[in-house]
Design a protein around this ligand. Sequence first.
Ligand SMILES: NC(=O)c1ccc[n+]([C@@H]2O[C@H](COP(=O)([O-])OP(=O)(O)OC[C@H]3O[C@@H](n4cnc5c(N)ncnc54)[C@H](OP(=O)(O)O)[C@@H]3O)[C@@H](O)[C@H]2O)c1
Length: 186
Amino acid sequence: MATTAPAQATVSMIALMSENNALAGPVESPAWRAPWLSNRAVQVTRNRPVIVGRRAFHYMNMLGADRWLFVVTRDEDLLEAGGNHHLTGYGFWFLPDIDSAVDAALRLAQARSAPEVFIAGGASVYAQALPRVSRVYRTVLHERLDNQPALDEGALAGWREVHSERRMSGSGGFPDQTYSVIERPA
Ligand SMILES: NC(=O)c1ccc[n+]([C@@H]2O[C@H](COP(=O)([O-])OP(=O)(O)OC[C@H]3O[C@@H](n4cnc5c(N)ncnc54)[C@H](OP(=O)(O)O)[C@@H]3O)[C@@H](O)[C@H]2O)c1
């Protein structure tokens, strides 16, 4: 009897953006420190392979305790060190380029039956990985941030919004936010 190959996991991106598409971080804007933002990212990516740039990795506090992190770097010392494999099976690994990180994440997703792998920043990794991405989990913070790396205007033109939550008022001095999920047309 013929067997069907398991479907390949979806490559998704999860990002916070300002109204003008800036992809900043907590160093550049206090808005990025809103606790519910990191809670959402932590929840959405839990038990999933996650690809990050080496700089974003250093800002994170989720160092692979309940997800698999693939950290892109050209640093030969880190590449030689390899990473850190926890007894739980989770951990983090250093990879030399975006394609090998995405390919490794997809292989792991297949082995662990994870339906999705995530590109989780920072800005340089988002830009390079976007051609392989077919779904974006986006939180827009309703503020304008100039002079920051940003996703190209029009990068998501023609993509389809499949989920959107009503704009929520910011609290505790944080700006309003809108959360949505957007998919590349087939
Ligand atoms: N808005 C968001 O949702 C979001 C999400 C995550 C992070 N951030 C923010 O983004 C900022 C970090 O972004 P960033 O652009 O400065 O750095 P990044 O993308 O996190 O990391 C850049 C580093 O990744 C490695 N790298 C990138 N492309 C590579 C390639 N093609 N091959 C091999 N290695 C590659 C290099 O590491 P080496 O230098 O080690 O070679 C490079 O210096 C922080 O401020 C963070 O808070 C924002």
